[in-house]
Design a protein around this ligand. Structure first.
Ligand code: NDP
Length: 254
């Protein structure tokens, strides 16, 4: 009972984790005992981020693949399973943002957003879940967003993709829970990262955010670690299909 949140002996694959929130979650899970597989589209960036964890005394390695490319994902997942060992935890974190008014949104950019944020979760989870089903254990954590529930001007494709992440989480839960695989999601509110840099720099947006968020501030990325450790650990073994909002209360308020 003392070790409910201990991740020792577990291996976590985190997509898009050479920087941003994914990289922070990698550090957080490593600090709780997990071995980390950093994913980036470029091997050298994945390896560099893994080396930074190793330099802190953690176990980590890099795996290059693009989450939108099913052949690459299948090969990389097979290689991790064969050379490193079981993937116990998958965090589907890779995501992109594009901003345009709805009627001017370029179709190619709609495709980019949907492919990474939505299809990438499907492809990567499908490959990893096959191995987890054979072992009858696993944790899959999908990174959603406030836009899993709320619309916002200029980012309709992003909202469509993150709404889909919520339903992918529930759909996968329904099929995988009986194999002792817990599929859940984390929906971050507004966190200051490279993705949100244009908004952080926008004083009007920040002052709107302070009024709109009960906690009256931007989230600090490290504040997502607790939710990730919970959903990756045995503390959440009967938590299925849940989207955990870490948003300073934004979704609770009008
Ligand atoms: P960043 O832009 O900082 O990082 C995104 C990561 O995803 C990068 O490492 C990027 O790699 C990677 N990536 C993009 N496309 C692919 C791909 N096709 N295959 C593999 N990796 C890819 O974003 P954040 O850290 O802010 O966001 C992480 C997640 O959190 C996203 O899913 C985002 O939607 C979500 N989120 C973020 C919020 C925030 O406030 N920042 C709020 C709510 C949700 P590369 O360096 O090559 O581009």
């Amino acid at each position: 009972m003392n070790n409910l949140f201990d991740l020792s002996g577990k291996r976590a694959l985190i997509t898009g984790s050479a920087r941003g929130i994914g990289n922070l979650l990698a550090s957080g899970l490593a600090a709780h005992g997990a071995e980390i597989v950093i994913n980036d589209r470029r091997q050298e960036r994945a390896d560099a981020a893994a080396a930074a964890l190793v330099a802190q005394g953690y176990r980590a390695s890099g795996a290059a693949f693009d989450v939108t490319q099913s052949v690459q994902v299948a090969q990389a997942v097979a290689q991790i399973e064969e050379t490193l060992g079981p993937i116990d935890i998958l965090i589907n974190n890779a995501g992109i943002q594009r901003r345009h008014p709805f009627t001017e949104f370029p179709e190619e950019e709609w495709d980019e957003v949907i492919n990474v944020n939505q299809k990438g979760v499907f492809i990567t989870s499908q490959q990893v879940a096959k191995y987890m089903m054979n072992r009858r254990r696993g944790k899959i954590i999908n990174i959603g967003s406030m836009q899993s529930e709320l619309g916002r001007k200029t980012i309709t494709p992003y909202a469509a993709s993150k709404g889909a992440v919520k339903m992918l989480t529930r759909g996968m839960c329904v099929e995988l829970a009986e194999y002792n695989i817990q599929v859940n999601g984390i929906a971050p509110g507004y966190f200051a990262t490279e993705m949100t840099e244009p908004l952080v720099k926008d004083e009007a947006f920040s002052s709107w955010l302070y009024q709109r968020t009960p906690a009256a501030r931007w989230g600090r990325p490290e504040e997502l670690i607790g939710a990730a450790v919970f959903l990756a650990s045995s503390a959440s073994d009967f938590v299925n299909g849940h989207l955990l909002f870490v948003d300073g209360g934004m979704l609770a308020a009008v």
